[in-house]
Design a protein around this ligand. Structure first.
Ligand SMILES: Nc1nc2c(ncn2[C@@H]2O[C@H](COP(=O)(O)OP(=O)(O)OP(=O)(O)O)[C@@H](O)[C@H]2O)c(=O)[nH]1
Length: 425
């Protein structure tokens, strides 16, 4: 069975999740606890953390030290915003996009959540929902993260009181119904003491659900991927470079959605040329069938003029080809607001274009979901509906249908910084 396991099964073993929450809600401690209790830690890492904690006279070993060490290195760097951490259990492999909770870091949260299967939002049981929890939940729904878990942390500090948990749970659920959250689970935990993180808590017998890790292991993600619309943005054209394989030409990239097979008829956009798939190749050999998020090289039966940024799709099922883009944009630039007539670079799938802001239709208040139509700019962390005109057509779908071809980032060309994230509506 293992010999013939298809890549489809293989990729579905992997769960990507992003953490969110405000400062000091306990994200680092929670990740440390997950790694520790699931025995994903190396002994020497544990010894080092215990020694530091004992040296400080902590009552409990400070699991946050496990992640904070890495984080301080990261915050000095300017390019790496999100730390990715890997661990596995016999059930599944996990990639955690760990993002610091400070308000300035909405950008990181967006980066981490845009590829996540699941978002884990933490709140401190003593504080309940804060503006930041609502903002993060809103962004996760905007980014269409298919699964959301709200962890009510620090339950040990409220005597594991069911009433405290219920109040937060009800308040969050009321807010979530205004958003589109397809799947929400709420779990009371203590990251510090380990309640309901990996092991079920004996301190909260009133809670009928499973532990966080159990949920992460079991949550069904196979059906979240779009296997219907073939979208293969070409990242790189592999041209012949020696005389003996002069007819070799392959198109390398990552499958954004859909299933591709040799023999399938293909249209190349924007040119509109058609051909058939001759073969699909990977470093491990040719494939009979390929689906997202595999990176592959596709060869076609005909020699066509294809370049980076072009897209392979099926003749009867094509993305929109448009220079006028309607999008919800989350603005992340501390220095300058997004303005009407502002010019930016836009990165969408594998293509880079330039764009001008035609209109800011409204700004959205993430707490009340009220639309303010009087504005004509978006400041730091503000979210609004924007109309853009690009210099070249984008090959795009609604984000709702396709996260890969429906999302883009906005770059300030002056200093090459990511200043916004957009989803096409
Ligand atoms: N009593 C109690 N304290 C906790 C719990 N989880 C975290 N803490 C404490 O809360 C403080 C903040 O925890 P961190 O894990 O550093 O918080 P964080 O969310 O990673 O913070 P940032 O990295 O600044 O975003 C630390 O002193 C932790 O020991 C918990 O379940 N119970």
């Amino acid at each position: 069975m293992t010999d013939t396991m298809s890549p489809r099964e293989d990729t579905h073993e992997l769960l990507r999740f992003a953490t969110a929450g405000s400062v000091d809600d306990g994200k680092s401690t929670l990740i440390g606890r997950l790694l520790f209790d699931s025995k994903a830690l190396f002994d020497d890492q544990w010894d080092a953390v215990e020694a530091v904690s004992a040296g400080r006279g902590d009552e409990y070993t400070d699991l946050a030290l496990l992640t904070d060490g890495l984080r301080s290195e990261r915050e000095q760097g300017i390019t790496i915003d999100v730390a990715y951490r890997y661990f596995s259990t016999p059930e599944r492999k996990f990639i955690i996009a760990d993002t610091p909770g400070h308000i300035q870091y909405t950008r990181n949260m967006v980066t981490g959540a845009s590829t996540a299967d699941l978002a884990l939002i933490l709140v401190d049981a003593r504080k309940g929902l804060v503006e930041q929890s609502r903002r993060h939940a809103f962004l996760c729904s905007l980014l269409r993260v298919p699964h959301m878990v709200l962890c009510v942390n620090k339950m040990d500090l409220v005597d594991y009181d069911e009433a405290v948990f219920k109040k937060i749970e009800n308040e969050f659920k009321a807010f979530a119904t205004k958003l589109e959250v397809p799947d929400l689970t709420v779990i009371p935990i203590s990251a510090l003491k380990g309640d309901n993180v990996v092991n079920r808590s004996e301190n909260m017998p009133w809670f009928q659900g499973t532990s966080l890790l159990h949920h992460l292991e079991k949550v069904h993600i196979a059906s979240d991927r779009n296997l219907v619309d073939v979208r293969f943005p070409v990242q790189h054209v592999i041209r012949p470079h020696s005389s003996d394989n002069h007819d070799y030409r392959g198109y390398a990239g990552q499958i954004a959605s859909g299933v591709m097979k040799p023999g399938d008829e293909i249209t190349v956009l924007p040119s509109g040329f058609t051909s058939r798939i001759a073969s699909i190749e990977t470093a491990d050999g040719p494939l009979e069938e390929a689906f997202p998020p595999l990176s592959v090289t596709v060869r076609l039966e005909d020699e066509l003029d294809v370049s980076r940024g072009d897209m392979l799709c099926r003749p009867g099922n094509q993305p929109r080809v448009s220079q006028d883009i309607e999008a919800m944009v989350c603005w992340m630039d501390e220095a300058r607001p997004l303005r009407v007539r502002g010019k930016y670079a836009v990165k969408h799938t594998t293509s880079d274009v330039r764009a001008i802001v035609k209109d800011v239709q409204y700004q959205l208040d993430v707490n009340t979901l009220h639309r303010d139509e009087t504005v004509n700019e978006l400041g730091l962390n503000e979210i609004g509906r924007v109309t853009l005109r690009t210099t070249k057509p984008l090959l795009c779908d609604d984000y709702r249908r396709n996260r890969a071809t429906g999302g883009f980032i906005i770059i300030d060309e002056a200093d090459n910084r990511t200043v916004g994230a957009g989803i096409i509506v």
